[in-house]
Design a protein around this ligand. Structure first.
Ligand code: DOR
Ligand code: ZN
Length: 337
């Protein structure tokens, strides 16, 4: 096959940031995708109706005339049902961060106690409002996600009608768990399908591949690839594209986040092709997300052609450089303009 057309590709987990950074990165998503879930971990976090409305309007400005729907989210806090009902039509999900687990998550949840969180989570269930979760403990870095599996189980059992999205899963433990409960679903990033910890830290340290959760073992990556290319209905693409300025990555305190939005479709096509699974890419990139989030596909199609794509060394704006994953490398698929 030399071309493939993806109908309504969605990126179900993106960090657009704000201000000048957003003006550079948002168009790189809105050019290639029909929509995406926009994460709320700004400073301060997006946690009021006014903040959601104002952020969405800044997002719309940043994407200009592109045909792209930003699905807004709220930063999880204990909220009343009245508040959630009032904001329901402005948001697609609520994102829960354990406090301090990653970039701008200091205001997250100190302890995930199903009793204490019940009023908010029951209200979300009643409003069919999905809960997106950054599932890591603050334990040893390689074990953080696996240690979180018991929390996901408690949530899944305590709130059987709540749609729970295990964000950016990285382990075979998570691949196993998502298949065990009807109300668990997951996103998988590009980098976790392509790299292991060896690529991050096995040779020269690769700051542009450093993210939270950190990439894991080969057997974890294999489990992620297998479930993604199978087209499994519980699994959707969420890039977790998380841009930081070059100096914040190439620094002795490297910021966590891999910037993938401009290369995601090309690299995913290459990966699915290598796994003889191009027929399932449509499910991973859109169809499954539409079912999980109860959304209609958009009419936007993106065609890829088998032609080399040289990944730029960096994208630039506001006096900063932002380095994408695989900068300077060549991918075998390009987006047809
Ligand atoms: O690596 C990450 N970067 N993981 C996250 O969960 C957040 C993200 C960011 O916002 O930079
Ligand atoms: Zn994220």
């Amino acid at each position: 096959m030399n071309t493939i057309t993806l109908k309504s590709p969605f990126d179900m987990h993106i960090h657009f940031r704000d201000g000048d950074m957003m003006k550079v990165v948002a168009p790189l998503s809105s050019a290639n995708f029909a929509g995406g879930i926009i994460m709320p971990n700004l400073v301060p976090p997006v946690d009021t109706k006014e903040a959601v409305i104002a952020y969405k309007s800044r997002v719309m400005d940043a994407i200009g005339d592109d045909d792209f729907i930003p699905f807004m989210t709220l930063f999880f806090k204990p909220y009343t049902k009245e508040f959630l009902s009032d904001v329901r039509d402005k948001i697609s999900a609520v994102k829960l961060y354990p406090a301090g687990i990653t970039t701008n998550s200091e205001g997250g949840v100190e302890s995930i106690d199903t009793v204490a969180l019940a009023p908010t989570l029951n209200a979300m269930s009643e409003l069919n409002l999905p809960l997106c979760v950054h599932g890591e403990t603050n334990g040893f870095v390689m074990d953080r996600e696996s240690e979180f599996m018991s929390v996901y189980e408690e949530l899944a059992i305590a709130f059987p009608k709540l749609t729970i999205i295990m964000e950016h899963i990285t382990t075979k433990d998570a691949v196993n768990l998502v298949q065990q409960y009807d109300n668990l679903y997951a996103t998988i990033t590009l980098q976790h399908l392509l790299i292991t910890l060896d690529d991050v830290a096995g040779g020269m340290l690769a700051p542009h591949l450093f993210c939270k959760p950190i990439a894991k073992r080969p057997e974890d990556r294999e489990a992620l690839v297998n479930i993604a290319v199978s087209g499994n209905e519980k699994i959707m693409f969420g890039s977790d594209s998380a841009p930081h300025p070059k100096h914040a990555k190439e620094n002795c305190g490297c910021a966590a986040g891999v910037f993938t939005s401009p290369i995601a479709l090309q690299a995913l096509t290459q990966l699915f092709e290598a796994n003889n699974s191009l027929d399932n890419l449509q499910k991973f990139i859109s169809d499954n997300a539409c079912k999980i989030y109860n959304m209609q596909p958009r009419s936007k199609n993106i065609t890829l052609i088998k032609k080399d794509f040289k990944v730029p060394e960096y994208y630039e704006g506001f006096g900063e450089k932002i380095v994408p994953m695989y900068f300077g490398d060549t991918l075998s698929w390009s987006i047809k303009s």
